[in-house]
Ligand binder design. Structure first.
Ligand code: PHE
Length: 356
């Protein structure tokens, strides 16, 4: 057998023996590739004696075509086999239940504000909102905090650059300006809560420059301090789920309420446990709406009375769930959010867990 015949027989056998597309490609490279056996013989054709060259060249080219055709035919067969095998292996069982989706969670701040809306909603409160960027007047002056009043220093205010002729603006330092907006915008009786963002230039483990408050405002006829106390006690006991949570009212000062009270709940300072332990924790500012504030929005203080209170949403959330640090609330760390977040499928039930 000539070397050309031998090469032909060997190459065709290798093509038939190739059991998958990769093996077939290896055969192609070994025979027809740049340094393949047949390519090599074609390159060496020049060294052949001139009288043999024509015949040998024709024979080599014929083998080349033959092998190329065989390769192509085998490729079609192997590809069809591989596709059939894949279709069998990847067959889908449509009767299987779907894999669980990766659900997100409700942020604890959102959850707490939903709880507040639910608890106060049951007491007849609507939710009111106001802008994050406030006029100096709404945030301070209308609330009986005039310019240069020392109470302004308590707020570490972010002042926005002024524009000539326009009222000066701040990032609201509390949700109380929405008291003003609500009283200007609707006739009493008024019962609203105001959950929302607030801003103060302060940053450490317990203070963030952006945080949340929830305000409450009631304006009706014949409203007294007793209503304020009952409302706050009911709310705190429902929110913390502790039916006999001790609540203490302590005289205090806010320019926009008179009298004013700070409100404490009972807890154990050492263990952090709420409800018992003999220690007190300040949690809310409150008071009867100041007659000057009522007058500032055009209400006659001899006819209308009311109360207001405000609290930090992060603070009550941290207390309820035993969270030690405020900063991760705003870090967007997926591990923290998974751990402390709430299932969207488990809606809050007002008064759940109240024990007495
Ligand atoms: N706005 C007060 C604060 O941010 C809280 C407060 C609200 C006090 C309503 C009394 C009445 O500290």
């Amino acid at each position: 057998m000539s070397d050309v015949d031998e090469l032909k027989t060997g190459a065709l056998a290798a093509v038939t023996a190739a059991s998958d597309v990769r093996a077939l490609e290896a055969v192609r490279v070994a025979v027809l590739g740049k340094s393949g056996t047949l390519t090599q013989l074609l390159k060496e054709l020049g060294k052949t004696a001139p009288e043999e060259r024509r015949a040998r060249g024709a024979a080599l080219n014929a083998v080349k075509d033959l092998v190329a055709t065989a390769l192509e035919a085998r490729r079609v067969v192997l590809e069809a086999e591989e596709l059939a095998a894949r279709l069998m292996a990847e067959r889908m069982d449509v009767s299987l239940p779907p894999p669980p989706d990766a659900f997100g969670t409700i942020h604890p701040i959102s959850r707490t504000m939903e709880e507040m809306a639910a608890i106060f909603g049951a007491m007849g409160f609507a939710v009111a909102e106001g802008p994050d960027i406030e006029t100096d007047w709404h945030n301070f002056s209308a609330l009986n905090i005039p310019a240069h009043h020392p109470a302004r220093d308590d707020h570490d205010t972010f002042y926005l650059p002024g524009t000539a002729g326009a009222p000066s603006r701040v990032l609201r330092t509390h949700t109380s300006p929405v008291q003003i907006r609500t009283m200007l915008g609707q006739e009493p009786p008024i019962r609203v809560i105001v959950p929302g963002r607030t801003f103060r230039s302060d940053h450490d483990a317990t203070h963030s420059p952006m945080f949340h408050q929830c305000e409450a405002l009631v304006i009706e006829q014949g409203i007294t301090l007793a209503h304020l106390k009952g409302c706050v006690i009911d709310f705190l006991r429902a929110y913390f789920g502790i039916g006999n949570l001790p609540v203490r009212f302590r005289a205090s000062y806010f320019p926009f309420t008179e009298p004013s009270m700070e409100i404490d709940i009972g807890w154990n300072r050492r263990t952090g446990e709420l409800g018992a332990g003999g220690d007190w924790l300040e949690i809310l500012g409150s008071g009867m709406v100041h007659p000057k504030v009522l007058a500032n929005v055009g209400l006659d203080p001899r006819v209308w009375q009311g109360f207001a209170f405000g609290m930090g949403v992060e603070r009550v959330t941290m207390l309820k769930y035993g969270m030690p640090d405020l900063r991760p609330f705003f870090d967007s760390d997926i591990r923290w959010l998974k751990h402390y977040g709430f299932s969207a499928l488990a809606p809050y039930m007002a008064h759940e867990g109240v024990s007495a």
